[in-house]
Design a protein around this ligand. Structure first.
Ligand SMILES: [Zn+2]
Length: 386
């Protein structure tokens, strides 16, 4: 299998790639309800044309996932695009109907073009191009179209992992934008803390007879705003952040409130621990009486070794096709990579598609770029499974 031959197959498949993407954009897979089966049916038809075998798995009818396995052997590289989309939002803000797949020059516009049907179609094209050479692969390329990414992957990746349907040595999650020039190798932890203050209720005309829980929370907020985290600097991640995101308290202007609740979102580094962050804050808040702090949600920070062969191979293969080397980056948000890394599978985010078009009007993708992505992905598969 020569990489030239594979590239040629991919180049000759450009019209098919564009038509397949357009077809996928035209089915409404807004999550909720998802209806990913609509996309799966289109992908099935495409695979059957080339007699490429596939599996369909779902935890709930309508929320189908499709998995393709190319080649055999111990080493496994996994990559998936998600079929679900976020709502199109206000139609007035779109220059073209969002579920049409309008093409202008080399760009296709529509909900899901970048997030994430464009990258998904590129993976399908890679699978198609590699299929005739499957016996030459020393390992398995697993490509999947998954459900429910926009609402926590419960019916998608999480379900597939729990069922033992995905196991891999490496994973590439093409869902970060960055025009293939960024590789996400580290992600901050995401910690939600709830802080409660307690007071004593009284009539609003005699506030001195009560203890005002909202005023106590004001003291808490003052302390939080001055708080500094202890952490070690990270090569790819900016310092930890804190956002005071929710405050609830009081029920009437003529009552002294006896309860107030705050939710704080902390994005933290691999050198920190959620429990320590909570304990440090509890200590800082000790001067405000009857205050409780607890963890209500936590995702640990994750990272892959930047020296991992997966990272270097993506960089070199991208350079071969685009003559530019992607940079390593860290993210303050969490992607599906966290799930893989949590299971011991090195996973990186790396994808075509511009930054800042996901979830907004006039989302688009450059069709030449997804063609390049399919070529680079084929090169990565060939090298990792050699
Ligand atoms: Zn999204």
């Amino acid at each position: 299998m020569s990489i030239e031959k594979i590239n040629k197959i991919l180049e000759e498949s450009r019209d098919e790639m564009v038509a397949l993407l357009k077809e996928l954009i035209q089915v409404d897979t807004t999550n909720l309800p998802g209806d990913e089966y609509l996309g799966v049916e289109i992908i099935q038809k495409f695979l059957e044309k080339y007699s490429i075998p596939y599996e369909i798995h779902s935890q709930q009818k309508g929320r189908e996932n499709i998995i393709i396995r190319i080649g055999e052997g111990d080493k496994k590289l996994f990559s998936a695009g998600h079929i679900d989309i976020v709502p199109v939002g206000d139609l007035e803000t779109w220059d073209h109907p969002p579920l049409e797949g309008h093409i202008e020059g080399t760009k296709m516009y529509g909900r899901g073009t970048t997030d994430n049907k464009g990258p998904l179609v590129a993976l399908l094209m890679t699978a198609k191009a590699l299929w005739p050479f499957r016996d030459e692969l020393n390992g398995t390329f697993i490509a999947a179209g998954v459900a429910d990414e926009e609402k926590g992957s419960v019916y998608g990746t999480e379900f597939l992992m729990e069922e033992g349907l995905i196991d891999a040595d490496w994973a590439i999650i093409p869902d970060i934008g960055g025009n293939m020039m960024a590789i996400d190798v580290a992600e901050k932890g995401v910690l939600d803390l709830e802080i409660l203050t307690k007071g004593i209720s009284a009539h609003g005309s005699t506030p001195d007879r009560g203890v005002n829980a909202i005023e106590k929370m004001a003291e808490v907020i003052e302390i939080l705003r001055k708080h500094t985290f202890s952490f070690n600097e990270h090569n790819f991640l900016s310092p930890p952040t804190m956002n005071i995101g929710v405050v609830n308290g009081g029920s009437a202007s003529n009552m002294v409130p006896d309860k107030c609740r705050l939710i704080v979102n902390v994005r933290y580094l691999p050198s920190q621990k959620a429990g320590d962050i909570k304990n440090d804050l509890a200590l800082a808040l000790a001067s405000v009486k009857d205050t409780e702090i607890s963890i209500i949600h936590n995702l640990n920070p994750t990272e892959v070794d930047p020296e991992n062969i997966l990272v270097g191979t993506i960089q070199e293969e991208t350079k071969r096709i685009t003559s530019k080397t992607p940079q390593l980056i860290g993210l303050g948000g969490a992607t599906v990579c966290k799930t893989f890394i949590g299971k011991g599978i090195p996973a990186v985010g790396w994808s075509p598609g511009p930054d800042d078009v996901a979830h907004i009007a006039n989302e688009y993708i450059d069709l030449d770029e997804i063609l390049d992505f399919s070529k680079i992905m084929a090169g990565v598969v060939k090298r990792l499974l050699k």
